[in-house]
Write a protein that binds this ligand. Structure first.
Ligand SMILES: *[C@@H]1O[C@H](CO)[C@@H](O)[C@H](O)[C@H]1NC(C)=O
Ligand SMILES: *[C@@H]1O[C@H](CO)[C@@H](O)[C@H](O)[C@H]1NC(C)=O
Ligand SMILES: *[C@@H]1O[C@H](CO)[C@@H](O)[C@H](O)[C@H]1NC(C)=O
Ligand SMILES: *[C@@H]1O[C@H](CO)[C@@H](O)[C@H](O)[C@H]1NC(C)=O
Ligand SMILES: *[C@@H]1O[C@H](CO)[C@@H](O)[C@H](O)[C@H]1NC(C)=O
Ligand SMILES: *[C@@H]1O[C@H](CO)[C@@H](O)[C@H](O)[C@H]1NC(C)=O
Ligand SMILES: *[C@@H]1O[C@H](CO)[C@@H](O)[C@H](O)[C@H]1NC(C)=O
Ligand SMILES: *[C@@H]1O[C@H](CO)[C@@H](O)[C@H](O)[C@H]1NC(C)=O
Length: 380
């Protein structure tokens, strides 16, 4: 095993993906076509990444004492993958997402891909820790919506308020979760000055999770990027207050962040609490726009860490840029960086003195999938 390079593993994996796709006769042709599209998109994506990285980083990848070698559990899970379909009109294997999840044995070791047909799924979903390797795959031309409207104040089963954590429409406690072409929604509204209206659309608490072409709609606290390493690509996130928050260590590539704030609010509330922790949010090649006036981030944790690079910052970004949430002790502990951003909101003149205009070598650790150790698990 030690002599197999990361690239060889990837090729093996992709080969087995192809073989599985081509040799299985039990799937309907409809599934074959959709799944082939998904696989070829993945292959293309991987090739592009490999080409971009060039020879230098491939050497780095394969010589790092195994640190960057593809996760073996993940590789096995992908080789033995299973596909089931969810369709509300009864033509799939399951009518609801929850039924499909309930059918997976706990501690299952293979990837289970839920091919979710178009429709609005009013379901509250919790994926327990013991259900790793689950994929939600929607149709890119008509993504399914998973919707709910719980807030922090909604009464739970025991009559007590749920709290922000349990307000999520979809909560993922498992590792190795993937979603593509899915709309996650929490329709609860947020009135300025009111409390308890946090309504999470998605909470991700498992590590090594990836989201492609997904959208997240909510108001206050839309996307709870709770903990673990996460990757978001081509995603849309909308909300009014702290709409991406938590102590995740996450790379957001090519994501569109839309504020619906009416007055002054913060886009992120990152909760790194200790200088030695690796958590932080890195936004690369994105867009920040919408209504109201926003800080790019406010310090939920003392060592809150957020970086925007190559991102278009619209005029709604306040000149100060960042907020210490009223605690000046945090000013020189937080790590708030900007690198090669553009647009009217990227003007550094009015920034708080503790905002960082990053130099090339300072930006480097944050602006690639290495920030989330993606080479070991981001196979797609
Ligand atoms: C059921 O839904 C699927 C997916 O949306 C659709 O392709 C199919 O035509 C529907 N079948 C019936 C009988 O409504
Ligand atoms: C994982 O769950 C799927 C779906 O229920 C099942 O088909 C598969 O056999 C399970 N894998 C293992 C290794 O048990
Ligand atoms: C699943 O794995 C966890 C952790 O190893 C273990 O505690 C739990 O008992 C397992 N559950 C089942 C149903 O096998
Ligand atoms: C939340 O959704 C449920 C189910 O559709 C509905 O009955 C309820 O009125 C909604 N609550 C709010 C506050 O919108
Ligand atoms: C993402 O969306 C784009 C544009 O709709 C589409 O071309 C692409 O295939 C989608 N990616 C996946 C993984 O479905
Ligand atoms: C962004 O939010 C604004 C409201 O603040 C809304 O008018 C606009 O349509 C949203 N943009 C997109 C692309 O949905
Ligand atoms: C930071 O967290 C690490 C790991 O939890 C711990 O060992 C260390 O003591 C913490 N440092 C401080 C200053 O709290
Ligand atoms: C940045 O803002 C300052 C102060 O408002 C202004 O004087 C300057 O022209 C702006 N720079 C650019 C490039 O717009």
């Amino acid at each position: 095993m030690a002599s197999i390079s990361h690239l060889q593993l990837i090729s093996l994996l992709l080969l087995s993906l192809f073989n599985a796709t081509l040799s299985s006769s039990s799937w309907s042709s409809d599934r074959d076509i959709e799944y082939n599209k998904w696989v070829s998109w993945n292959v293309e994506n991987y090739r592009r990444k490999a080409a971009l990285k060039g020879a230098e980083s491939i050497v780095e990848m394969t010589s790092a004492g195994g640190r960057n070698v593809l996760d073996v559990k993940l590789r096995l899970a992908e080789i033995n993958k299973v596909i089931v379909s969810v369709c509300q009109n009864g033509t799939g294997d399951f009518k609801t997402i929850r039924e499909a999840l309930n059918a997976i044995p706990l501690n299952n070791t293979s990837r289970v891909i839920l091919m979710i047909k178009p429709g609005v799924y009013r379901e509250k979903i919790i994926i327990p820790r013991a259900l790793p390797f689950v994929t939600f795959l929607g149709d890119a031309s008509d993504p399914p919506t998973i919707t709910g409207n719980d807030t922090a104040l909604t009464a739970g089963g025991d009559g007590r308020p749920l709290g922000t954590y349990h307000s999520a429409t979809v909560a993922v406690n498992a590792n190795y979760f993937v979603a593509a072409n899915i709309k996650f929604e929490n329709t609860a509204s947020h009135e300025i000055g009111s409390i308890g209206e946090q309504g999470v659309a998605l909470r991700i608490s498992g590590t090594k999770a990836a989201f492609y072409n997904c959208s997240f709609y909510g108001a206050q606290d839309t996307l709870y990027d709770h903990k673990g390493m996460h990757y978001f690509k081509n995603c849309y996130v909308q909300g009014s207050v702290d709409f991406i928050f938590g102590y995740g260590r996450s790379l957001y590539e090519n994501c569109y962040l839309n504020s619906t704030a009416e007055k002054v609010a913060s886009l992120t509330a990152q909760k790194r609490t200790n200088a030695s922790l690796s958590s932080g949010f890195s936004f690369k090649d994105g867009v920040v726009t919408g209504s109201g006036q926003i800080y790019l981030g406010r310090a939920w944790g003392d060592y809150s860490r957020v970086i925007f690079s190559f991102t278009f910052l619209d005029k709604l970004v306040l000149p100060q840029g960042w907020s210490d949430w009223g605690d000046q002790n945090r000013d020189y502990k937080v790590y708030y960086g900007e690198y090669k951003c553009s647009g009217p909101g990227a003007n550094f003149t009015g920034r708080v003195p503790w905002a960082r205009m990053l130099r090339d070598e300072e930006a480097k650790p944050f602006i690639g999938i290495h920030f989330v150790e993606g080479y070991s698990w981001l196979i797609i």
